[in-house]
Design a protein. Structure first.
Length: 124
């Protein structure tokens, strides 16, 4: 939505303002903050456990407490098997090639093997 001056509100504008405010805090994907050296990522703890730094590796291996997942919903009747086309699509997405394609999009990281294995069990 446009702001009062008619400019589109975008995360880049938020980072520009956040860079100037030492008390400011925001939550956005790591990839958007890379071009703003004045913005500091913070380590977080889940449930009082160890503090985990915000790094690509920690987001990818899912140890960083804030996660933003993308979901795929398949329209199927409860108790009925998944349709052939949907099953093949899911197998592709969860395959090594599919995960590389997801990563090449530039906004997402491939799933850890444990998550892929868990999801593959659901579609067989």
């Amino acid at each position: 939505m446009p702001d009062a001056d008619g400019r589109m509100v975008a995360s880049e504008r938020m980072y520009e303002e956040l860079s100037k405010d030492k008390y400011g805090i925001a939550w956005e994907p790591l990839l958007h903050s890379r071009n703003y050296p004045g913005v500091k990522q913070i380590d977080l703890s889940e449930g009082g456990g160890p503090y985990v730094p915000l790094t690509i590796a920690n987001v990818q291996n899912r140890t960083y407490p804030f996660k933003r997942d993308a979901y795929i919903y398949i329209d199927q009747q409860p108790g009925k098997p998944m349709g052939d086309r949907a099953r093949e699509f899911m197998r592709y997405i969860l395959s090594r090639e599919g995960q590389q394609d997801v990563q090449s999009f530039g906004m997402f990281y491939p799933l850890p093997k444990s998550v892929v294995d868990e999801q593959l069990k659901l579609i067989r």
